[in-house]
Design a protein around this ligand. Structure first.
Ligand code: EPU
Length: 345
């Protein structure tokens, strides 16, 4: 019943890095996950959990078991006066959930259209785009404890969401397998177009209060123009997080670089676009061998052909070093680096 195989992972990671798993298992149900835990194989060997493969970089052939979690199913589980709860299996493609919500006139996901990947990974890194994050509509998730084999429920508080992070990236890393997520969507909904790109888009079209479908279409148009399609060009979206620095540090940098953009996020903290920092170091649209940055978005590192994971990592390290040298800011990868070379950062 548990079918362990050898598997080429080239098409299972959106960077398109050619790696091979000696020991691969695709899991489609909670039952199978529990059976696997009973075998003890997750405890004894190093393992890698793979979802849509859209936010990771393999630097070597992965050691140990590669567990491809692909639980299916997408349905409405509760229909209340103002809200609807929808449940998605961890293997459902994220964009399909967004489309499902928009078709059912449910608000809250439209800004998150076209983000690559599966639902199971969405809460792990609290996916976000165009002024929204999954945490805004998150209700709960179910996950299996790898040690006990028990199913547990995590609500918004216990997920400890932050900017592109959650408890599953920190103290509970590799301790749970997420099987299902539940989102709380709105029937009566006011769309959020505060993000600069969306604001400009609707201003140009003279649309004052766009509906859910209009925002969904706008996000698809903006993203498609700016970001490479992973089916055509290998990439994993933003390679680094946008760094958060103190207001004081920001004011000091502004003296030297008056054009530096920054967004206040908390009292005393400013988020600086990593894409701007990278661009100022001369890296926008530049390639070295098989690796480069995307001409329309300097934060996206692309595989121009047959790049290895190590080549991509070395390229990223060069951007990281140049930004450090010029601005004194340390960029932190957003992409999950698999392999011992992650210590490069
Ligand atoms: N900018 C540049 N050069 C560029 C691109 C952008 O200087 O080549 C500057 C501009 O000042 C621009 C600012 O960076 O106003 C922000 O750019 P953008 O709106 O493209 O967003 P981002 O901060 O680079 C974040 C997310 C993306 C998400 C977009 C849109 C992170 C790490 N990335 O990128 O998420 O799609 O906002 O909301 O927070 C992802 O996580 O993989 C991802 C693609």
């Amino acid at each position: 019943m548990l079918n362990f195989t050898e598997q080429d992972l080239t098409t299972l990671n959106t960077f398109g890095v050619a790696v091979n798993a000696k020991n691969y298992l695709k899991i489609r149900s909670t039952f199978a996950t529990k059976k696997l835990i009973e075998t003890g194989r997750l405890e004894e060997s190093k393992f890698t959990i793979l979802g849509g493969g859209s936010n990771l970089l393999f630097t070597y052939n992965p050691e140990g078991l590669v567990l491809h979690v692909a639980v299916p199913g997408l349905r409405i589980i509760k229909d209340e006066k103002d809200h609807v709860l929808i449940e998605a299996g961890s293997g459902v493609i994220w964009h399909d959930v967004v489309e499902f919500a928009v078709k059912n006139r449910l608000g809250g996901l439209e800004n998150l259209a076209l983000i690559p990947g599966f639902c199971g990974a969405a809460p792990i890194q609290n996916i976000g785009a165009y002024g929204a994050e999954i945490k805004d509509v998150f209700d709960h998730l179910t996950a299996i404890n790898i040690k006990t084999g028990h199913t547990e429920i995590f609500n918004k508080t216990s997920c400890e969401f932050g900017y592109r992070t959650s408890v599953f990236k920190t103290k509970l890393k590799d301790k749970y397998i997420i099987t299902r997520i539940v989102l709380k969507l709105n029937k009566k909904y006011k769309t959020n177009t505060s993000y600069k790109d969306l604001q400009n888009y609707f201003e140009n079209k003279n649309v004052v209060t766009p509906g859910i479908k209009e925002v969904f279409d706008a996000v698809i148009e903006i993203r498609s123009a700016k970001l490479p399609n992973p089916n055509e060009v290998g990439n994993a979206g933003s390679f680094f997080k946008n760094p958060v620095i103190s207001t004081k540090e920001f004011e000091n940098l502004k003296k030297k670089f008056p054009e530096i953009p920054g967004y206040d996020i908390n009292t005393g903290q400013v988020k600086v676009p990593a894409a701007w920092l990278i661009e100022q170091c001369g890296w926008k649209g530049k390639s070295k061998g098989n690796v480069g940055t995307w001409p329309n978005q300097a934060l996206v590192i692309v595989n121009n052909g047959n790049a290895t994971g190590l080549e991509i990592l070395k390229f990223a390290k060069a951007l990281h070093n140049d930004v450090k040298k010029k601005f004194g800011i340390t960029l932190e990868p957003e992409v999950n680096i698999i392999g011992s070379e992650k210590s490069l950062f």
